[in-house]
Write a protein that binds this ligand. Structure first.
Ligand SMILES: Nc1nc2c(ncn2[C@@H]2O[C@H](COP(=O)(O)OP(=O)(O)O)[C@@H](O)[C@H]2O)c(=O)[nH]1
Ligand SMILES: [Mg+2]
Length: 272
């Protein structure tokens, strides 16, 4: 068996609340990377996905079917999702063999619809170890509609940091589906992400003093520890922000993969 040695590629886990745009991002990023002639390997870890629009080199649905789990154990979709995650952990050996046989320059991983299925089940930590913790990172997607209110925005900041804490991987926040926001809304949200004191005022208006103080104190502490602060807009629909994802991966893993030189050279080439 081929081991995960230093030649194994960087792995980006795409995480976010249900409907945040995870699967669409994997599709868009893979399509974009093809133009650089350095294709990203897509992996689907969502047993509940009805269909995916990317080419998955590994698809968890080949091992576990949600409809079969529902029928066999007489469960509804939520219970079946949880059991599916645990069944997957029990097959960790098989999964590891299949994942280890993949080679490429960068892996991008689609995770289950609901964020807690990835962040809080034991199976995820096994999978991260299997793919290589040292070269793994999280792309955390903010839902654009939820981001329009100060409390919704702050809630996602907190949730993202909980996921980062739980999985112990470097995390970068991206504002998903930016094409759905009015330019003023987008500007406002980005300003909140850059200037805590502006966010604090907006939150104070919406939520009052006590809740604001609680949240802003948390955020202030988080910002001190964050490896990749800020919020970067992206749109899978318009294929925008894909280079920012790659830049994040390169900043973390630059020296670890041939991808860097290949991708960087291609991007330089695109610019010219
Ligand atoms: N306008 C727009 N819609 C998007 C974008 N990304 C995803 N969507 C839509 O958002 C919905 C949820 O996307 P999906 O990728 O399935 O979310 P997931 O549950 O996080 O995997 C779908 O209807 C997508 O077509 C985007 O960049 N722009
Ligand atoms: Mg999905």
């Amino acid at each position: 068996m081929v081991g995960m040695d230093s030649s194994s590629p960087p792995v980006l886990f795409v995480v976010g609340t249900a409907g945040a745009g995870k699967s669409s991002l994997v599709t868009s990023f893979q399509r974009w990377s093809r133009f650089l002639e350095t294709e990203a390997i897509a992996i689907n870890l969502d047993p509940g996905a009805e269909r995916v629009h990317y080419d998955a080199e590994f698809d968890v649905r080949d091992l576990i079917s949600l409809t079969e789990v529902m029928a066999e154990y007489d469960l509804g979709p939520n219970g079946a999702q949880i059991l599916a995650a645990d069944l997957l952990a029990a097959q960790a050996g098989d999964v590891a063999d299949q994942l280890h046989s993949l080679s490429g320059e960068l892996m991008i991983v689609d995770t289950p619809g609901q964020v807690e299925l990835f962040a809080f089940r034991e199976a995820s930590n096994h999978l991260i170890e299997t793919l290589g913790r040292e070269q793994s990172a999280i792309i955390y997607l903010f839902d654009p509609m939820l981001s329009r209110s100060p409390s919704g925005f702050v809630s996602q900041m907190l949730l993202s940091s909980i996921v980062e804490f739980r999985l112990g991987l470097p995390t970068k926040n991206f504002l998903s589906k930016a094409d759905l926001l009015e330019p003023e809304q987008l500007e406002q949200i980005l300003e909140w992400s850059e200037r805590l004191e502006i966010l604090e005022l907006a939150l104070y208006d919406e939520a009052g003093g006590q809740r604001t103080e609680f949240a802003i104190n948390q955020l202030r502490m988080m910002q001190e520890f964050s490896q990749a602060p800020g919020l970067t807009p992206l749109s899978s629909e318009l294929e925008e922000g894909m280079a920012d994802i790659l830049t994040f991966a390169q900043a973390l893993f630059g020296g670890m993969s041939d991808a860097r030189d290949g991708f960087a050279a291609d991007i330089e080439h695109e610019k010219n």
